[in-house]
Design a protein around this ligand. Structure first.
Ligand SMILES: [Mg+2]
Length: 218
């Protein structure tokens, strides 16, 4: 392996953020409606709420497995519907294509690692393949970030070492996943966290937005 990579989170990093708090509320409400106690999913991320609630339902002798599966399928569909509706009305930040091209021309391999679905990403960034070498969306991986295997899949496809690569994101989970792989972690303030939260999650530095990355070129 050789070369250097930059892995980007997508929502809140290259495009305006999804309303994740509202999505989480809706998904938690569906779990509650299915009879799942709040304690089963109190501190989990969105997809993980469904996984934990589904497992809990399956473990109840009073609940038919088919009903548990229906609950999970309906919840996944809700996420997908919210993502696609948002994607129809969202596009890349103004200067993002120019900055991505500059970084790529400077020899960086570029990847996107996102918990969003592939269809939403390609809706918001239809010419992605002109700028990005590899996308790993939710449907492309078994283990989602903050599990570092999500990032590792992308690094492997780019053929770059984590120690020679940078993780860029607005999320604490982006910083935590990158930190576990000993990547350089750069937080951006265009999403859901402030500088303090990003630093606490392991950011080596925090930039106002992706445009600050051109500093890597000098
Ligand atoms: Mg994000």
């Amino acid at each position: 392996m050789s070369g250097k990579g930059i892995l980007f989170d997508f929502d809140g990093t290259l495009v305006p953020n999804l309303d994740l708090a509202d999505m989480r509320r809706q998904i938690a409400a569906m779990a509650t409606a299915a009879g799942v106690p709040d304690a089963v999913h109190a501190d989990l991320y969105i997809v993980e709420i469904i996984e934990a609630s589904h497992a809990w339902l399956v473990a109840q002798q009073s609940v038919e497995t088919s009903l548990a599966n229906q609950y999970a399928a309906a919840s996944h569909q809700r996420i997908h519907d919210i993502e696609m509706e948002a994607a129809e009305n969202t596009g890349l930040f103004d200067d993002a294509r120019r900055v991505l091209m500059q970084l790529r021309n400077a020899g960086y391999k570029l990847g996107i690692v996102t918990r969003n679905c592939r269809a939403a990403v390609t809706t918001m960034f239809p010419d992605m393949n002109d700028y990005i070498d590899c996308l790993h969306a939710r449907d492309d991986v078994e283990h989602l970030k903050p599990d570092p295997r999500h990032l590792q899949s992308n690094l492997d496809t780019l053929s770059v070492e984590p120690s020679a690569s940078i993780m860029v994101g607005d999320g604490a989970l982006d910083m935590r996943a990158g930190r576990e792989l000993n990547m350089r972690c750069i937080g951006v303030l265009t999403g859901s966290n402030d500088a303090e939260a990003l630093a606490a999650a392991g950011a080596d530095e925090v930039l106002a937005d992706y445009r600050g990355l051109v500093r890597l070129l000098t």
